[in-house]
Design a protein around this ligand. Structure first.
Ligand SMILES: NC(=O)c1ccc[n+]([C@@H]2O[C@H](COP(=O)([O-])OP(=O)(O)OC[C@H]3O[C@@H](n4cnc5c(N)ncnc54)[C@H](O)[C@@H]3O)[C@@H](O)[C@H]2O)c1
Length: 252
């Protein structure tokens, strides 16, 4: 197992109440970082044992004023921000359909959560990465799904996640000269509350069988990738998309 040392560093994790976000926040805390965690859900119990090193802000990431207030308070408290993990996202089965027929209010809501909230966090965090004087690193959660067409489309999800990769790359280019890195993670199929539809052993076995590495992804798989990309071990990596998918892209 790889052990990282993030002692003395400060991370903002957006979407820390969900499967992957909780795993990333927990891994950063266990590696010694201070974490400012944000989600509409309440603080997960796994995170609540870290005392002063965790600040949990419950609220809506689509609210730019809320994000700015939480991030600037955290940046001032810790004398800067080293890392941003943009993990929040929604996949609304049934309501998110073909762009040709779906309710465009749903389209806007999905874009606000999946893409624009990442802009709110990045705009709020970057000034504190600059003022900390140590550079910084970001990871933004997309999906491998945006690389392909789908006979059962979820076009707002797919297009917003393509936007996440484009945003990540553009930020990487804009911020590289200041030592601030930006990378996207494209998960395959991972067992989290977002995938509550895999609610039987049979369904989970079918997903595992379809995956070349023979199992469903876990929140820990995503945390492993996120910590690597945030860490100094990835100090020469920026502007990439890392598929963490058990080999699923090979089937596309
Ligand atoms: N699970 C998968 O198979 C899978 C596959 C590909 C990509 N992803 C992506 O990975 C990321 C993490 O997904 P997950 O599987 O952990 O999902 P999850 O549903 O467990 O977690 C997502 C979190 O985002 C939070 N959130 C949503 N809207 C919010 C808002 N407006 N304000 C604050 N918080 C909000 C939710 O409360 C939730 O805690 C997402 O961006 C998702 O699209 C997941």
């Amino acid at each position: 197992m790889i052990v990282y040392d993030f002692t003395g560093r400060h991370a903002v994790v957006a979407g820390a109440g969900g499967g992957m976000g909780e795993a990333i926040a927990l891994a950063l805390l266990e590696a010694g970082a201070s974490v400012t965690a944000i989600d509409v859900k309440p603080v997960p119990t796994s995170l609540s044992k870290f005392g002063d090193r965790l600040t949990f802000a419950q609220g809506d990431l689509t609210d730019a004023a809320f994000v700015e207030q939480v991030v600037s308070a955290a940046g001032r408290k810790h004398g800067g921000i080293d890392y941003l993990a943009n993990v929040a996202g929604v996949l609304w089965f049934g309501r998110d359909r073909s762009a040709l027929e779906m309710d465009l209010d749903v389209w806007d809501q999905v874009f606000n959560i999946n893409l624009k909230s990442f802009v709110h966090t990045a705009r709020s965090v970057v000034p504190y990465m600059r003022s900390g004087g140590r550079g910084g690193a970001m990871v933004h959660f997309s999906t491998i799904q945006w690389y392909r067409g789908d006979p059962k489309p979820q076009d707002a999800y797919q297009a917003s996640k393509a936007g996440v990769c484009a945003l990540s790359k553009s930020l990487a280019m804009q911020l590289a000269s200041e030592g601030i890195r930006s990378n996207a993670i494209c998960p395959g199929m991972a067992l989290t509350p977002l995938q509550a539809r895999w609610d039987t052993e049979e369904k989970r076995a079918a997903v595992a069988d379809y995956t070349p590495l023979g199992r469903i992804g876990t929140p820990q798989d995503m945390a492993n990738a996120a910590l690597f990309l945030l860490s100094d071990a990835a100090s020469y990596i920026t502007g990439i998309e890392l598929a963490v998918d058990g080999g699923l892209l090979m089937r596309m």
